[in-house]
Design a protein around this ligand. Structure first.
Ligand SMILES: Cc1cc2nc3c(=O)[nH]c(=O)nc-3n(C[C@H](O)[C@H](O)[C@H](O)COP(=O)(O)O)c2cc1C
Length: 255
């Protein structure tokens, strides 16, 4: 076949496409296990950050296994569930299956359904629980934000809030990852006198001279929708339909 022939050009192009697609798909398959492992490690790193235990260059697996106990909670009863090992549980998958989840009424967080079981991470020091970490998620503007809320053992004081997955715009909604904004959460109170979640993100700056400033966090300028989404997800996950019963029970009986 002549090098200048149309059929040879197509043949070479087709062969090149086949070779390239084989290379791309085989590397995607061979890297999948590594990607999953890295995703899990990143999640653990974020849990350690929320726990206040993350050390740059530290052994994440070791710090995690030495200090964190993962458990599952039945959100309807607020009691621990031991029918599944917490590390084997996939909350996102369970939320998609009607037999292991429920439709959320009201749905302020914009997530549609929630799994019946949810993980909690107990942060331990010499056997004592020092804080606990609740995975939370909810809709922002472009994406669902997934994060961890760390709560003090008084069951009412936030220690940290951080997100490990979202697709909000960098510089706008992406400012949820800004350390300065994240620092605003430390010390904020969750429940009002009526026992309902009162913590929220406001539009603009919090007036710190007012008594209710402990329930409010500054909004994100130019990103009101993402900021409102963060407030709404906390309102949901701290309510009786989600972790509220667990928190009430632990107040009575401890961890
Ligand atoms: C390209 C582009 C990206 C945006 N990304 C976000 C975002 O990630 N989060 C958000 O709340 N608003 C985002 N906005 C702005 C929203 O459309 C909306 O104007 C804003 O949430 C209103 O907030 P403000 O009242 O503080 O201005 C984006 C707008 C544009 C044009």
């Amino acid at each position: 076949m002549s090098n200048d022939s149309v059929s040879k050009t197509f043949l070479v192009a087709a062969l090149l496409c086949i070779v390239c697609s084989v290379i791309v798909s085989s590397s995607a398959i061979s890297l999948r296990a590594d990607q999953e492992r890295n995703k899990l490690l990143d999640k653990k790193q974020n849990i350690l950050s929320a726990a206040g235990l993350f050390e740059e260059g530290g052994d994440i697996e070791k710090i995690f296994s030495d200090n964190i106990e993962a458990r599952l909670v039945n959100l309807a009863t607020g009691e621990y569930d031991t029918s599944i090992v917490a590390s084997d549980y996939d909350q996102r998958k369970a939320a998609k299956d009607p037999s292991s989840s429920k439709v959320i009424e009201g749905d302020v967080a914009g997530i549609g359904r929630r799994a019946n079981l949810a993980p909690v991470y107990l942060v331990k020091n010499g056997g004592n629980v020092e804080r606990f970490i609740l995975p939370v998620h909810g809709k922002g503007l472009w994406s669902t934000l997934y994060g961890f809320l760390a709560v003090d053992v008084d069951f009412n004081t936030i220690k940290a809030l951080s997100f490990y997955e979202h697709a909000e715009t960098p510089g706008l909604g992406g400012e949820v990852d800004n350390p300065k904004w994240k620092a605003l959460w430390d010390g904020k109170k969750i429940y009002g006198e009526d026992g309902r979640p009162r913590i929220n993100v406001i539009k603009g700056k919090v007036d710190t001279s007012k008594a209710d400033a402990v329930y409010k966090v500054d909004g994100l300028s130019g990103a009101t929708i993402t900021a409102r989404g963060v407030g709404n997800m906390l309102q949901y996950w701290l309510s009786d339909d989600a972790y509220g019963k667990f928190i009430e029970n632990r107040k009575l009986t401890g961890f």
